[in-house]
Design a protein. Structure first.
Length: 167
């Protein structure tokens, strides 16, 4: 397993979809991009921006319930990539017993960030999907500044409709 940190949530300009960037904590600092949903991107961005909602959102509520039940998140592991879909395990300690709960990586990471729990990616995923982004190398030629990216993400959030998630 490779320990990673959340390098950010960006918007892929081609698909206008949020992408979670997980970066290796040590050299060579490979990055694994994971496309995620808008609500999960918002939940992760709130933690990264240190914004406290007035009322607990879903991931905050899960953390509060876990605290009340004296359960701790030990780690999150992005375990596999199957047919273009990433899978993760939320590893927790509850009642003195290690428990493993299968979860979407975005949900598991949103909870891990609220719990200060470490995040890992399997060696197989990191070796297959991890990319080294050279310093000074633009992530995308037309991506622009961080402010532009944040503005585009907020615009995307303002324009999204419930129908966009129906199958």
């Amino acid at each position: 397993m490779v320990e990673v940190e959340v390098a950010g949530v960006k918007v892929d300009l081609r698909s206008n979809s949020p992408v979670l960037l997980l970066q290796e904590r040590s050299s060579p600092y490979r990055v694994v991009p994971i496309f995620i949903g808008v609500p999960e991107a918002n939940a992760i961005d709130l933690v990264l921006s240190r914004v406290e909602p007035q009322r607990p959102l879903t991931h905050d509520l899960i953390k509060l319930v876990m605290d009340e039940l004296d359960a701790q998140i030990e780690r999150v592991v992005v375990t596999e990539l199957r047919n273009g879909t990433y899978f993760a395990d939320l590893v927790m300690l509850a009642g003195g017993i290690d428990r493993v709960i299968s979860a979407r990586p975005s949900d598991a990471i949103a909870i891990a960030l609220r719990s200060d729990a470490p995040i890992f990616v399997s060696d197989a995923i990191m070796n297959a999907e991890g990319t080294v982004i050279e310093e000074g190398e633009p992530e995308e030629a037309d991506e622009g500044s961080q402010e532009t990216i944040v503005g585009q993400f907020r615009e995307f959030l303002n324009e999204i409709r419930p129908e966009d998630f129906s199958e």
